[in-house]
Design a protein around this ligand. Sequence first.
Ligand SMILES: C[S@@+](CC[C@H](N)C(=O)[O-])C[C@H]1O[C@@H](n2cnc3c(N)ncnc32)[C@H](O)[C@@H]1O
Length: 302
Amino acid sequence: MQTLNRSNRCLKLRSIQSLVRLNHTKSTSNTPLEDSHSARTTSFGFRTVPEDLKESLVKNVFDSVASKYDLMNDATSFGVHRLWKDTLVSSLRPGRRGPMKCIDVGGGTGDIALRILDYAKDNHYDRETTVEVVDINAQMLKEGYKRFKQTMYHNTPQISFHEANAQDLGSEKFKDNSYDLYTIAFCIRNCTDISAVLKEAHRVLKPGGTFACLEFSRVSNPLLETLYDQYSFTVIPMMGTILAGDRDSYQYLVESIRKFPPQPQFAQMIRDVGFTTGKDVDGGAWVNQWGGIACIHTGVKL
Ligand SMILES: C[S@@+](CC[C@H](N)C(=O)[O-])C[C@H]1O[C@@H](n2cnc3c(N)ncnc32)[C@H](O)[C@@H]1O
């Protein structure tokens, strides 16, 4: 049954990818992009696709990688993503002023949620902080749920999983002014409309609440940038083939990093929806990790 589901998913992914390749060929040959979806286009990695197709393409990428996601994360980053996530959570110090209501969007397999709950427990004896993990992809949430079954948080009000789109969480379920902390790690670059995600974050946070985003970003040192480019465009897709049997998804993930706005531009987008940030320098509105390979952006809702 699982194999059948997987081959169905692969077939679906392949057919969508063929459509994308077709569009890619059209756009590089200067033919206007014509399709039955919409006239507005966006990037899907280095390809240009109709805006309303991107969401299903991204969904398929994460459907395809879900079961191998944690393994691949460790393999492609040599475990460094763990350090960045630790840094994100310890910089936010959840629980320091008492229990917090947190939402982790694009939370996938629950890496950030688990760190938030562990941090609050280990540092502040806090077993009342809660995290709602939200993701557009049911497969990723399923992996997260399975993982939390092995923790003390399983079957407690501290953790819950919800399928929803970061761009429109839905105001029935995710109410205005209701969270102390909104986190989003390695998700926002996959979203079609980044400003819509930021507006939703601002809507659901309480006044005084914190927005925190961990995302791949821009490396400023030219030598590091060259090495990083070499590594990511050759080794990561190759590892995708060997370890997950899926080169295309990992090629997309690498390409999507290069399409994400650089630090100052993203900081401005965060301010544009109403957050206050620090100054436009490393250590202010953002804190680079490993020379900007990844970056933590924060903002506060006034
Ligand atoms: C690279 S994974 C990161 C998962 C987790 N935050 C982590 O750091 O390990 C990106 C996640 O974002 C989710 N995602 C992509 N687009 C989304 C959207 N529009 N709304 C909600 N989740 C989305 C994907 O399904 C995937 O689980």
